[in-house]
Ligand binder design. Structure first.
Ligand code: GRF
Length: 192
C-alpha cells in the first residue's frame, strides 16, 4: 500500500468524459510523495474520451460505464468503488449529473473543478457567457459536490484577468492552466 508519511494515501477515483488534462495532472500529482491521494480507478461515461489514454499510459484501472440507464450505471460504479476501497472521488470534466443518492454515499468525499468563478456561471459554456457579458475576470473553482449543480461548498478559487481581445480559445487555455494549478492544491488543503 502506498504511504504518505506513514499514513495511507486516499484511494481515489477520477471521473471523466473528455480530454482528461485534469486527470493527467492529478495522476502526476498523485505520484508525488507528498500527495495525499493515489489514483486507483478512472471512470468514463464515454467510450471515446481522449482522457482514457492516460489510464493506459499510467497503467491505472479504467472502466467505461454507459449512462443510458443512470441508476444502473451508478449501481455498477458504486459496487466497483466499494470493491476497490475507493474513499475519495474527483470529478474532472465529468459531464453527467450524479444522483442525490449516489452523492450522499460519498458525502464530503466528492469534489469537482468548474471553469468559472462560482457562484457565477454554473453549468455549461462558462467562458462564452463570461466573454458575452464583458466580464473583467474569469477563473476556476474547486468545490464539494452537492445534489445541486455546481453549488457545493467552495474549497479553492483562483481568478485571472480577461484581456481586451480575449478569444474563447485563449481564455479556455488560460483557465485550464489555472485549473491544473489549483486542483492539487485544493486536494492538499482538505486531505493533507
Ligand atoms: C475543464 O475545464 C473542467 O473545469 C470542466 O471540463 C473541462 C475538462 O477538461 N469541468 P479536461 O477533460 O480535464 O481536459
Amino acid at each position: 500500500m502506498e504511504k504518505l508519511f506513514g499514513r495511507s494515501k486516499f484511494k481515489t477515483a477520477i471521473f471523466i468524459s473528455g480530454s482528461g488534462t485534469n486527470l493527467k495532472n492529478l495522476i502526476i500529482f498523485s505520484n508525488k510523495k507528498k500527495s495525499p491521494i493515489s489514483v486507483n480507478l478512472i471512470i468514463s461515461n464515454k467510450k471515446k474520451a481522449k482522457g482514457l489514454m492516460y489510464g493506459k499510459k499510467y497503467k491505472i484501472e479504467q472502466k467505461v460505464i454507459n449512462f443510458n440507464n443512470q441508476s444502473m450505471a451508478e449501481k455498477k460504479i458504486l459496487k466497483l468503488l466499494i470493491k476497490r476501497k475507493i474513499s475519495f472521488i474527483c470529478l474532472a470534466g465529468f459531464m453527467k449529473i450524479l444522483s442525490r443518492d449516489f452523492i450522499s454515499k460519498f458525502s464530503g468525499k466528492i469534489i469537482n473543478i468548474h471553469p468559472s468563478l462560482l457562484p457565477k456561471y454554473k453549468g455549461m459554456n462558462t467562458h462564452k457567457r463570461a466573454l458575452q457579458n464583458n466580464e473583467r475576470f474569469a477563473g476556476c473553482t474547486v468545490h464539494y459536490v452537492s445534489s445541486k449543480l455546481d453549488s457545493g461548498k467552495i474549497i479553492m478559487q483562483r481568478k485571472v484577468g480577461i484581456t481586451k481581445n480575449e478569444s474563447l480559445t485563449s481564455l479556455k487555455k488560460k483557465v485550464l492552466k489555472l485549473e491544473h494549478l489549483i486542483y492539487p492544491k485544493a486536494i492538499k488543503k482538505i486531505l493533507a
